[in-house]
Design a protein around this ligand. Structure first.
Ligand code: ADP
Ligand code: 2DT
Length: 212
């Protein structure tokens, strides 16, 4: 039986590593080459749950740390039917942050283990490829001032980076580390090659379940 689904491709990395820039360029390049591709991002601030998260990030409300972690996860779960539908239709989804940011950011707070943080996202659609844009915090700082949202401090970002490094030891996830300190074009070219391989490899495979 021939089975051609779209690939689920995720970009992760600390703030200002170039995730959004690269997601947009990748979707554009895929579309130019005649492949159906769309971008998604998490948190998706447009839903009711996403609006609660957005207010939290903008420091307009305060939420208990476990609670907001579960809301970030719920914000992914509410998109799962749409994700599956699009992949079934053969659309390639390029996603700006996913469960890995969820775990890395919450577990950077005191009192949270990686294991606890992963649980709510166990069973989500498993990305076929997760590209981690690696960037030294000092170089990231040269790309502009931190904003005023929650988590946007260099001390917190350094802990987040360490949590990502712990997560990348898990070989059940198809991690690829990309040197994000190069030009936008050089990074883009690497990403395109990795994607081509992953799209071809995954189109005849069933979608996996994350951390299961
Ligand atoms: P992220 O989504 O990871 O926070 P962005 O894509 O928003 O990062 O990029 C953060 C800033 O850095 C933007 O001003 C963007 O134009 C710039 N930028 C992105 N990639 C590069 C790069 N390879 N070299 C230099 N500046 C970059
Ligand atoms: P941006 O919208 O600028 O990417 O910032 N975050 C994200 C979490 O704490 N948990 C999550 O599950 C996700 C997806 C990372 C969003 C901020 O929210 C953090 C930065």
């Amino acid at each position: 039986m021939s089975y051609r689904r779209g690939a689920l491709i995720v970009l992760e990395g600390v703030d200002k590593a170039g995730k959004t820039t690269q997601c947009k360029q990748l979707v554009h390049a895929l579309q130019q080459s005649g492949r159906p591709a769309e971008m998604m991002r998490f948190p998706d601030r447009t839903t009711q749950i996403g609006q609660l998260i957005s207010c939290y990030l903008e420091k307009k409300n305060n939420l208990e740390d476990h609670t907001v972690h579960l809301l970030f996860s719920a914000n992914r779960w509410e998109m799962v039917p749409l994700i599956k539908k699009k992949l079934d239709q053969g659309i390639i989804l390029v996603v700006d942050r996913y469960a890995f940011s969820g775990v890395a950011f919450t577990s950077a707070k005191p009192g949270f283990t990686l294991e606890w943080c992963k649980q709510p996202d166990v069973g989500l659609p498993k990305p076929d490829l997760v590209m981690f844009l690696q960037l030294n915090p000092n170089v990231a700082a040269e790309r502009g001032e931190f904003g005023t949202e929650r988590y946007e401090t260099s001390v917190f970002q350094r802990t987040v980076q360490q949590r990502f490094e712990q997560l990348m030891k898990d070989t059940s996830v198809n991690w690829k580390v990309i040197d994000a300190a190069r030009s936008i074009e050089e990074v883009h070219n690497d990403i395109k090659v990795l994607c081509e391989n992953s799209i071809n490899a995954s189109e005849n495979l069933p979608l996996g379940e994350l951390w299961k």
